[in-house]
Design a protein around this ligand. Structure first.
Ligand SMILES: [Zn+2]
Length: 391
């Protein structure tokens, strides 16, 4: 038997051993009680011992048979039995885990809390085994008994998400939010965006608009909601509305606004309104969190129109703001070369390289991987002496 295998069984044996210890303790007390109870417990401990022996001799199925006998007799051991099933699942033995958990659920007069625990474990078994429909059904049964069972709500939410049933995923998420302090507005927004897309595919544009607006309301930085809403408005010929939708993102999520520039440009083109587009872009480029990508887009727009001086100015500002952007440095340097300003072109590239060199790690600890610019004779992370090697 391999060592890893042995360790796994050892974990199982410890659990069952714990059960035996508890049982022995209970048996001690039982001596003071009625004789029939004592005999019953002795009978149970026989099943346990045989089960434990089968487990140790690598015969899990025979072990399970013995343990099942115990569970039929004693509900106090259900918790330990549940753990045993969970251990089987953790070892990847889903079939055995299912057998144990189903057996617990089938017990008559099982206390409700144990039924919920066993149903949840069974749902987890099904989920791990890839029986997703059965998993959904089992999680639902848990929620029938305990409507605030947050682990089941969370699992259902993510299962529905995986199968692309956005409305169900959203319902589970809302229930989860009610049952706990958990909040995930970005997730909710994206579920609503997908619901909007589905509504649009079913030619329900009013429904789609409602979903997109709800997404924006719950998470004002949800780019995809603005994009889909704006594109829908554009398709319906509501160009000014579309422009307003796209442009709103420059306030609510300026770092990502560059991703809507093409759509915005298309909308302005329909109105043949370059002035409007340029005004909007200038405003966006002035915001402190304007990304290097946005500044590049703007410069490329200017360059395409032969406005090289303006493009160079925009890129100079971009290089000041994002000294580590190789893309800005490369584009600016290229434009400067075209203007025969080779000296500044070289300066721009050198400045960018200086920026990267200053941030580069020169040494790395050969023991723990800690990286630094300067050499340390004693590694600050693993505290070993003289382990830094040059990179
Ligand atoms: Zn180290």
């Amino acid at each position: 038997m391999e060592l890893s295998h042995l360790t796994g069984w050892l974990a199982l044996a410890i659990v069952v051993g714990g059960a035996l210890f508890g049982l022995g303790h209970q048996m001690g007390r039982a001596l003071e009680r009625e004789r029939s109870e004592e005999e019953q417990r002795r009978h149970e401990s026989g099943f346990y011992l045989r089960g434990l022996n089968f487990l140790i001799s690598d015969e899990p199925d025979r072990a399970i048979e013995e343990f099942i006998q115990v569970v039929r007799l004693n509900s106090e051991t259900v918790e330990i039995y549940l753990s045993l099933g969970n251990l089987f699942r953790a070892r990847g033995e889903v079939g055995r885990a299912i057998r144990i958990h189903e057996n617990i659920i089938a017990r008559p007069n099982l206390p409700e809390s144990f039924r919920v625990g066993a149903l949840f474990s069974l749902a987890e078994d099904y989920r791990q085994g890839g029986f997703l429909d059965r998993a959904v059904e089992a999680y639902r049964k848990v929620l029938e008994v305990d409507p605030h069972h947050s682990k089941s709500l969370s699992a259902l939410q993510s299962l529905h998400e995986d199968e692309g049933r956005w409305d169900r995923a959203l319902r589970a998420l809302k229930r989860l939010e009610k049952a706990s302090s958990f909040r995930d507005p970005r997730r909710e927004a994206h579920l609503r965006v997908n619901m909007g897309q589905e509504a649009l595919e079913s030619v329900d544009s009013d429904g789609a608009v409602d979903h997109y607006r709800a997404a924006i309301k719950v998470y004002p930085g949800c780019l995809e909601a603005y994009r889909q809403l704006g594109e829908m408005q554009l398709a319906e010929g509501k160009v000014k509305k579309a422009i307003k939708t796209f442009a709103t993102l420059k306030k609510t999520r300026p770092s990502h606004f560059f991703l809507l520039v093409d759509a915005l440009r298309e909308a302005y083109d329909r109105l043949e309104d370059d002035v409007g587009f340029e005004k909007c872009m200038r405003k966006a480029c002035r915001t402190p969190s304007a990304s290097s990508r946005l500044l590049l887009r703007w410069a490329q727009y200017l360059e395409q129109r032969g406005r090289l001086d303006e493009a160079v100015d925009a890129l100079r500002q971009g290089a000041d703001k994002h000294p580590g952007s190789a893309e800005i440095a490369r584009t600016l340097s290229g434009l400067l070369s075209r203007q025969d300003n080779r000296e500044e072109a070289v300066d721009v590239m050198t400045h960018c390289l200086d920026h990267w060199t200053a941030r580069q790690h020169n040494f790395q600890c050969s023991r723990c991987g800690f990286k630094s610019h300067d050499i340390y004779w004693k590694c600050p992370q693993c505290h070993r002496w003289d382990t830094m090697e040059p990179l």
